[in-house]
Write a protein that binds this ligand. Structure first.
Ligand code: ZN
Length: 150
């Protein structure tokens, strides 16, 4: 990754942290779940409105560090209008991207989510980046208990 690209990625992450997209409760959510990352103190609630096999709307609420907030914001943008099968593929692709060692192995087409690829160089931040995604999975599974990354 060149220095310029890294700067651009950091700019996008900072922008999503300062101005999170799709932030706030979703009144008519069909699914929701809470997640917590005790390692960093990040909390997030994910709300989804699923119609058939399509995610019609997705929002989040919570308090977290820049990575956790930007990741949740970017995730909501990526998921809107997606089929549930695509959501699963994105989850796997994102998870692989942030946990794989840096190298050419990562060949997922994750669009804008790729700005978070640099997280894999900071193992302590991986849980911040994946919190929203694990909470999303819990919401889709209709889990009642808040999830924890620990
Ligand atoms: Zn965090």
């Amino acid at each position: 990754m060149t220095g310029d690209l890294r700067d651009l990625y950091q700019e996008v992450i900072f922008d999503h942290y300062k101005r999170p997209r799709n932030c706030g409760a979703l009144e008519d959510a069909s699914h929701h779940a809470e997640g917590h990352n005790p390692l960093c103190g990040d909390h997030v609630t994910i709300y989804l409105k699923v119609d058939g096999d399509v995610v019609r709307d997705v929002r989040f609420e919570g308090a977290g560090c820049a990575i956790a907030t930007a990741s949740a914001s970017l995730m909501t943008e990526a998921l809107k209008g997606r089929k549930l099968a695509d959501v699963e593929a994105l989850f796997r692709g994102f998870h692989d991207m942030v946990t794989e060692a840096p190298g050419p192995a990562a060949s997922h087409d994750l669009g804008k989510l790729e700005v978070l690829a640099g997280v894999r160089e900071f193992p302590a931040r991986v849980k911040c980046a994946t919190l929203a995604w694990h909470t999303l999975k819990a919401a889709l599974a209709k889990r009642q208990q808040p999830i924890s990354t620990e």
